[in-house]
Design a protein. Structure first.
Length: 341
């Protein structure tokens, strides 16, 4: 009997130790703030350190509504930088009727050569096309579009924002939905980000990088560093050849159009010369506003111009973008056509 007690006691000790470890991991995970930035979520880093603290501006909900395509003055093809409808709200407030659709809804992220016919079949009778793309994906979209003859999917849109942004910093709640390992991983990743003097990478996609004078630019607690998407530097730079592709596409349209090329967050804050040959060739072409030069100026004047814990423009930056785009649209359409049916 004495020999039977030893393994029983050992298994009891192992169970107790395992229970203690799992209980500790669960407690840490429950107390870890739920991520509200795409890069804190991807990299499993703490929003307590990287989450924005400056309250976003409020927007009248009526200015966030899109219209059906057959009622639109403007059709916008955009990506995640347009999914909150915040920058578009400035145009809506000024009286322009706008419909927003997104590159991923086309299946292949490309605009094909029958684009005008596709829009007309879908009901568009408006006066302006806006095509928005973030820097890192535009080259691929242009390359695929040059080989694409037919838009195969029907036009899709929705009146409400595809991704409603947060109106305030989230309050604390227990993180019940996370895997039990989430808390410890987030703790160790965040500790490493704090302790390491230079840049660090998490989950291959999220980079914590040192930002010179970062606390002038961002409101989060660890403001001498910020989060960036690795794809900003792993995707190819844009080139003057891309400008020629954009010129050819715009020239082939029956409806006037504007290009919006939004610079990567990394380009704005860290690697300022990324895609510099493209920017030089693009300026003064009349294809659309120079958002690279604009962001270079505005990010130093607006705290949290881009989110510190996300790869996108913040709502502060979005509304500034809207004001710039309103001026650009007025060059093409001095007054909203819908005011004069």
């Amino acid at each position: 009997m004495a020999r039977l007690k030893t393994p029983a006691k050992l298994w009891l000790q192992i169970f107790a130790a395992g229970f203690a470890v799992l209980s500790t991991m669960l407690a840490i995970t429950l107390l870890t703030p739920i991520s509200y930035g795409d890069l804190t979520r991807i990299g499993r880093l703490s929003d307590h350190q990287f989450g924005w603290l400056k309250p976003p501006p409020k927007v009248d909900p009526k200015n966030l509504k899109g219209v059906p395509l057959d009622q639109a003055d403007i059709v916008l093809i955009g990506d995640s930088f347009s999914m909150t409808h915040r920058w578009q709200s400035v145009l809506t407030k000024a009286g322009y009727r706008i419909t927003t659709t997104y590159w991923p809804q086309f299946g292949v992220e490309a605009i094909c050569s029958d684009f005008d016919d596709w829009l007309e079949r879908s009901g568009f009778r408006g006066k302006l096309i806006i095509v928005e793309s973030v820097e890192r994906y535009l080259g691929e979209r242009l390359d695929v579009g040059a080989k694409c003859a037919t838009m195969t999917r029907p036009f899709m849109t929705k009146a409400d924002p595809y991704v409603p942004p947060l109106e305030d910093v989230p309050g604390f709640e227990l993180n019940w939905g996370a895997p039990i390992t989430q808390g410890p991983i987030t703790y160790w990743n965040t500790r490493r980000a704090i302790k390491t003097p230079g840049d660090t990478v998490y989950n291959n996609d999220a980079m914590v990088r040192v930002v010179p004078d970062g606390c002038k630019f961002f409101s989060h607690r660890l403001c001498d560093k910020a989060l960036f998407l690795a794809e900003d530097v792993t995707h190819r730079e844009l080139t003057p050849r891309d400008v020629e592709s954009m010129k050819a596409f715009a020239a082939a349209r029956r409806t006037p159009m504007l290009w919006m090329v939004i610079p990567n967050k990394t380009t704005v804050y860290i690697e300022h010369n990324h895609s510099k040959d493209f920017v030089t060739a693009y300026r003064n072409t009349g294809l659309g506003p120079d958002l690279f030069g604009w962001a270079e100026t505005r990010h130093a004047l607006t705290r949290d111009f881009y989110f510190p814990n996300d790869t996108h423009l913040s709502m502060h930056g979005q509304l500034e973008l809207g004001e710039l785009m309103l001026n650009e649209v007025r060059k093409k359409l001095p007054e909203p056509p819908s005011r004069h049916p």
